[in-house]
Ligand binder design. Structure first.
Ligand code: G4P
Length: 193
């Protein structure tokens, strides 16, 4: 998606080889017009897929999933990272390993909001280590629902997640796929949108 790549080049900041800061437009301050175009692009990519729900994880996935959901005309369910009194007792759980905190945590969705008949599209902001998507897929498996597609806004294809998910049979469509970020220089993969 050229608009997104241009914006990454203009406003993204490479903090290290593995961290691209995009919080001026994607995951802290949000450029709603850009996000709307991102939503439309996901609809284009998954237009032929039957989707009954979009699943993401809090926090940064929510805005992306919500704006895309308008074009799919389906509800968004987001997995919660903390236990709270607001969450129903009966939940489907997935495990996520946090590389920054070096520990495993659980994400949860109420059993009221996913059922075995659901055809689920996962959307998220980044694909890095693939942990978030693995955890979301675990929730879908536990609910006996069906994963029909997976999309991310930005994929760093040189980090392990892409391959790990591919090996699990999960193909991830990325709107911008980064091949490398050596010396602060962002290089996109050629063949991806
Ligand atoms: P994963 O998302 O593929 O599972 O990879 P990883 O475990 O490495 O990601 C940990 C968190 O860091 C995730 O957010 C992910 O979205 C975010 N992240 C990964 N790479 C980058 C990057 O290059 N830049 C930025 N800005 N974020 C990155 P999270 O912990 O789920 O946080 P949030 O959704 O609550 O914001």
């Amino acid at each position: 998606m050229q608009l997104l790549k241009d914006r990454i080049i203009k406003d993204g900041r490479v903090l290290s080889e593995n961290i691209l800061k995009v919080d001026s437009f994607l995951n802290h301050q949000i450029d709603v017009k850009l996000l709307n175009e991102i939503g439309k692009e996901f609809k284009k990519i998954f237009n032929d897929v039957e989707v009954t729900k979009i699943l993401t994880a809090e926090v940064s996935g929510i805005s992306i999933a919500v704006i895309a959901a308008q074009y799919f005309n389906v509800p968004v369910v987001f997995a919660k990272k903390t236990e709270s009194v607001n969450l129903d007792k009966e939940t489907y759980e997935g495990n996520v390993y946090s590389y920054t905190k070096k520990k495993q945590y659980k994400i949860r969705v109420s059993k009221n909001y996913i059922s075995k008949d659901d055809k689920i599209l996962i959307l998220d902001d980044f694909l890095a280590n693939g942990e978030a998507i693995k955890g979301l897929n675990e929730i879908i498996t536990n609910a006996k629902a069906t994963l029909v597609g997976t999309g991310v806004v930005i994929e760093k294809s040189y980090q392990p997640g892409k391959k790990i998910l591919e090996d699990m049979g999960i193909e991830v469509k990325a709107l911008a796929s980064i091949k490398s970020m050596t010396d602060g220089n962002i290089v996109f993969c050629k063949t991806k949108k």
